[in-house]
Write a protein that binds this ligand. Structure first.
Ligand code: CA
Length: 223
């Protein structure tokens, strides 16, 4: 398993690299955003630990640029316990976050969870109506047109399709896609659904994502 750490604080970077190497990971360390983004795009990592506050281009910009081409799992490090920061990171397609300062064991646990959630061995194609999902290549095609999704949008669609015909509550979606409870922040789910619909449903006559008022969302083909 290869991990990229993007962290400008020398002590923290060295400490994280050492700790992760001791736990059996192959680790690269970038000390600024530009180098981090370059490595993230050029190399294939299983996970990126990304500090938000970086000189040059910050973590948000790194994540945004990375997501234009790659769905590599990203765990971001934020120094403020700010709900806007968290939502922003998750909206940009991060898989999880940690608030500094954190215990190394907690970082290790989060890394393992994210890696477990993003297994590389799925090799499946799913079809619903004229929608086709290639899980391995993370490619979505509808009516012959390629649809580009962020990592989170893909995870959300994957969940909806896996459990098609079932009404999924916002809290279930939040826990499955983001692995956390948003409590009062379940509008994160609504925002994500809206974005997914704009790409997957709005341009096409047959709608697949349905809102069940007061309950949640349902994915099914209705003819
Ligand atoms: Ca920093």
């Amino acid at each position: 398993m290869r991990i990229l750490i993007v962290e400008d604080e020398p002590k923290t970077g060295d400490y994280l690299r050492k700790g992760l190497q001791e736990n059996g990971y192959v680790v690269d360390l970038a000390r600024d955003g530009t180098t981090g983004l370059h490595l993230a795009v050029q190399e294939d990592y299983d996970l990126i630990v990304l500090d938000v506050m970086l000189p040059g281009i910050d973590g948000w910009e790194v994540l945004k640029k990375l997501r234009e081409t790659k769905a590599t799992a990203v765990l971001f490090l934020t120094s403020r316990d700010d709900v806007n920061d968290r939502v922003k990171g998750l909206e940009l397609g991060a898989d999880d976050y940690l608030i500094k300062p954190f215990a190394f064991v907690e970082l290790l646990a989060r890394i393992r969870t994210v890696l477990r959630r993003n297994p590389q061995r799925e090799a499946d194609t799913m079809n619903v109506a004229d929608l086709e999902i290639d899980v391995l290549k993370r490619r979505v095609i509808r009516d012959g047109q390629r649809i580009d999704l962020t990592a989170k949008e893909f995870a959300l669609l994957h969940l909806l399709v896996r459990r098609q015909g079932e009404v999924l509550s916002r809290s279930l979606i939040a826990s499955q896609v983001w692995d956390m409870n948003f409590d009062s922040d379940t509008n994160v789910v609504d925002v994500a659904i809206r974005r997914l619909r704009a790409k997957v449903d709005d341009p096409f006559p047959n709608k697949l994502v349905h809102t069940i008022r007061g309950m949640g969302y349902l994915f099914e083909e209705r003819t």
